[in-house]
Design a protein around this ligand. Structure first.
Ligand SMILES: Cc1cc2nc3c(=O)[nH]c(=O)nc-3n(C[C@H](O)[C@H](O)[C@H](O)COP(=O)(O)O)c2cc1C
Length: 489
């Protein structure tokens, strides 16, 4: 069998495994059973979706939630790990009821999934068979805390512990920031990025805004009360990058992060399968603010999101404003030369997001980068990666304290954050938890998610007896990557 044939067979096997997994979960779900089983569920959703495509009069946007899904049911998903012992029976109706960030997942799911299961799958899934997504969570189970006792100066929580965090001249309440996630405004998250900005202001938290934002960086910075940290997807035409950098400089942005893990198309297989078989409604059902993905692409064909997105391309999005969209302009590949040009043109702090190896961390330093951002895009970029927590030590070893290290992917607990700090990270980003909070309750949901994570970090510091972030070090954890995983995994 040729290598190509082998690849095709493997891909097909993976696809059917993912489908089987998905169907097994559907079949096991009391929610689906109450609807008459998998076939009935799929028939209903596909039927609704097709009815709409055929010009049916009632849009599913108009359906009250109570008609779409009884709130008493739960439909667990295969690609997310419930926390240990969690049963998903008591759905919170107010952010104040939340005990941890997982509490926000189900209310968002209930709002979204029966109307737009494809959209939910897009949010929750990683890529291929979800290996990296799972590895990210499992990684934390191999890192154990080593709590000290009777340390002087740590007189209990909250008094004796401070999570205060200063970076690049700004001080925040904790070394936890919100990740850039595109298109935060949709019909089910109406205020999108602005809600995140306001919540970050309330919780004195760093907000990293996506290049694919659906609210302008200017408005978000105003709502945040300080300039956002801006994530960049490299435009193919470098002169457009210069336009964007100038604009960010004028609005007072001090820090940018270039995302480099999207150099090839993603393979969000579970999401694609749900789109293809269950929910054919497409992205534009939810998102009203569109942008030109072709322009943010590093290469032709990258992030090719299909005809409907291309048709919506005339709206260049917030970061594409003022760009020269002529297709004849020279295009620059996204490589270290591109980074060097950006380094010359950007005088502020400059990080690279998506670093996963010692080699690339070394190149970041060589190319004058101000911070290294370890990320696998929340399990959404390459498959069968190690978890980011497992990658972290080799990056720390390479960087040797010369620049700060940001990290994300799979962080859901204050203990997760503590473990990363102990292994040498400087700050930790959260994507999904922030989106669950936003999708479920808007601004108060995001604020509560941040409050919970900050609180959990503080409690962990109190238990391990580290009074400040500077006191946290690698002696506070024991790492055994070969330790067996708890039975719940
Ligand atoms: C729906 C969604 C959209 C995202 N959009 C972007 C983006 O526009 N730019 C980017 O650099 N990363 C993007 N990411 C990745 C996040 O910045 C971050 O790396 C990831 O969510 C962290 O993992 P976590 O969700 O497990 O916390 C996105 C992630 C999700 C889930």
């Amino acid at each position: 069998m040729s290598e190509q044939e082998q690849y095709v067979v493997e891909a097909e096997l993976n696809r059917s495994r993912t489908r089987r997994k998905f169907l097994q979960y559907l079949a096991a779900s009391p929610a689906i059973a109450s609807l008459g089983g998998v076939a009935a569920f799929m028939g209903e959703v596909v039927g609704r979706s097709q009815g709409q495509a055929a010009g049916g009069s009632q849009s599913r946007h108009d359906l009250p939630l109570s008609q779409v899904l009884p709130t008493s049911v739960h439909y667990p998903l295969p690609w997310e790990f419930p926390d240990v012992g969690r049963t998903y029976t008591n759905v919170i109706t107010d952010p104040a009821q939340a005990l941890d960030v997982f509490d926000f997942e189900e209310p968002m799911y209930l709002k979204l999934s029966r109307s737009f299961p494809g959209h939910w799958a897009f949010f929750q899934s990683g890529c291929f068979s979800e290996g990296t997504l799972h590895a990210d969570r499992a990684g934390f189970q191999h890192v154990f805390l080593r709590p000290r006792r009777l340390m002087s100066g740590v007189s209990g929580v909250p008094g004796g512990v401070s999570t205060k965090f200063t970076i690049f001249g700004d001080t925040y309440d904790a070394p936890i920031f919100t990740c850039p996630t595109s298109d935060e405004r949709s019909i089910w998250m109406p205020d999108g990025e602005l809600s995140v900005s306001r919540a970050c202001k309330t919780r004195n938290t760093m907000q990293m805004l996506s290049w694919g934002c659906s609210e302008s960086p200017e408005d978000c910075s105003a709502a945040l009360g300080r300039p956002v940290v801006m994530q960049i997807y490299a435009p193919a035409v470098y002169s457009n990058t210069q336009i964007a950098l100038k604009r960010l400089e004028v609005m007072g942005v001090k820090t940018i992060a270039l995302t480099v893990d999207a150099a090839a198309p993603r393979n969000p297989e579970t999401g694609n399968w749900v789109d293809q078989n269950i929910d054919t409604s497409g992205c534009l059902q939810c998102h009203t603010a569109r942008r030109d993905h072709r322009e943010m692409a590093g290469y032709p064909g990258i992030r090719d999101l299909g005809a409907e997105w291309q048709a919506a391309a005339p709206n260049p999005g917030f970061m594409g404003k003022g760009f020269n969209t002529s297709r004849d302009l020279p295009r620059s590949p996204l490589d270290w030369n591109y980074v060097d040009r950006m380094r010359q043109d950007w005088k502020g702090e400059f990080g690279i997001k998506g670093i996963l190896t010692r080699e690339d961390a070394a190149l970041c330093i060589q190319h004058g980068i101000d911070f290294v951002y370890v990320s696998n895009h929340g399990g959404r970029e390459p498959e069968t990666d190690m978890s980011t927590i497992q990658v972290l030590p080799e990056i720390v070893d390479e960087v040797k304290g010369r620049v700060p290290i940001f990290i994300d992917s799979g962080f859901r607990r204050g203990t997760d954050v503590f473990k990363a700090l102990a292994l040498g990270a400087t700050a930790v980003g959260v994507g999904h938890p922030m989106l669950w909070g936003l999708g479920a309750f808007g601004e108060p949901g995001v604020a509560k998610v941040l409050e919970i994570l900050q609180y959990e970090l503080m409690v962990t510091m109190g238990n391990v007896q580290t009074a400040t972030l500077a006191d946290i070090n690698k002696n506070d954890v024991e790492v055994d990557w070969n330790s067996p995983l708890p039975i719940t995994y």
